[in-house]
Design a protein around this ligand. Structure first.
Ligand code: SF4
Length: 351
């Protein structure tokens, strides 16, 4: 083991997180996989309750593969980045079809599954099977960029190459230490070498940290060039019947909020009467239409300005044209629906 790995493993022994639910013995590759997917864009404290609900409802690959996508998205509601849930579901079905319901102990086979990149595959191999494979998630990137003063913004090919090379060099060859090292370097980034306030005084590798030595900790990792996010303006229509139910549409399976249910979304200037006509609803049953203040939901690549339009109906229509997927939903229902973040927010306003 090199100096860096040795220091980290000893530090982990004393200070690392060893009581996370997916770390219980015997290790369950399925649970480790679910945790790794949830932690891709989310911190442990946020992901924990979602993880516990998820594995209680879907305790195995076969249970997840057999689930309805709505039930999977429902348990993911509020965690964001829903492609992760859709990929997890699709991967479970692929595991049943191609790998007898087990996670393969092979990096290429793991990476062939939807939603599993090189770092996630490495984490699964090391944590579940004690197979040597480097990892490079956001926390590890930050630690290595600082420890080695790696120049260049994240995502650039040369930066990635340099970081992967350091990750490869430090990953121990000793099988017995592999799991601890993998968890240790993730924990160091999450708890000590944090983004905004690294605690170098308590860092096990501070003696040889190049950024600390150069008094340049704040300089690494070097930031991505700032880009101004574009905005999009839309209207979302809350069509509410006398029973308090709201009309929802299911979004296309991929893309923004893919597969999730949301109030009908149309262009910013879309007229309520036009929508009612489109839905096969008689405009005379509307007794009140209210336009609410615009709110903004920010995605990684743009801002979505949403203007809610509440349309109260005087009576429940007999039918709604079922073009695509539409349904009535009461905000107090326990129906297992995957709701978009906007739907959750808007339904809260009429709950
Ligand atoms: S010494 Fe500071 S900057 Fe360097 S790895 Fe440790 S916490 Fe990060």
């Amino acid at each position: 083991m090199d100096w860096f790995a040795g220091r980290l493993v000893r530090w982990y022994d004393k200070h690392g997180r060893k009581d996370l639910p997916w770390q219980s013995e015997p290790r369950d590759p399925y649970r480790i996989w679910v945790s790794e997917i949830m932690l891709q864009q989310t911190q442990v404290a946020t992901a924990l309750p979602f993880y516990l609900r998820f594995v209680e409802r879907f305790p195995s690959v076969s249970a997840l593969a057999a689930a309805d996508q709505d039930a999977v998205l429902h348990l993911w509601s509020g965690l964001g980045y829903y492609a992760r849930a859709r990929n997890l579901h699709a991967s479970a079905q692929a595991l049943i079809e191609q790998h007898d319901g087990r996670l393969p102990e092979d990096i290429d086979a793991l990476q062939a599954l939807p939603g599993i990149g090189r770092s996630t595959a490495g984490a699964i191999l090391a944590s579940a099977f004690e197979i040597r494979a480097p990892i490079l998630d956001g926390n590890v990137r930050r630690v290595l960029a600082r420890f080695h003063c790696v120049d260049g913004p994240p995502g650039k090919a040369a930066t990635e190459k340099a970081l992967w090379a350091h990750a490869e060099t430090h990953t121990p060859k000793e099988q017995a230490k592999l799991r601890d090292f993998t968890q240790a370097i993730m924990d160091l980034g999450a708890t000590v070498c944090t983004r905004s306030s690294p605690d170098c005084d308590h860092c096990p590798v501070s003696k040889r940290c190049a950024a600390l030595e150069a008094d340049a900790v704040d300089t690494y990792p070097q930031p991505r060039p700032r880009k101004v996010l574009p905005t999009r303006d839309v209207r979302m229509f809350l069509i509410i019947d006398p029973a308090g139910r709201c009309l929802l549409e299911r979004r296309p399976p991929s893309g923004l909020w893919g597969g999730l249910w949301t109030p009908p979304e149309r262009n910013a200037d879309y007229d309520p009467d036009r929508l009612l006509e489109e839905l096969g609803l008689d405009a005379t049953i509307v007794f009140n239409t209210t336009i609410r203040p615009v709110f903004t939901h920010t995605f990684s690549h743009f801002h979505l300005n949403i203007e809610p339009v509440q349309v109260y109906l005087a009576r429940t229509p007999h039918t709604v044209q079922e073009e695509g997927s539409r349904r009535w939903y009461h905000p107090l229902d326990k129906d297992e629906l995957g709701l978009s973040a906007a739907a959750v927010k808007l339904l809260d306003t009429i709950r």
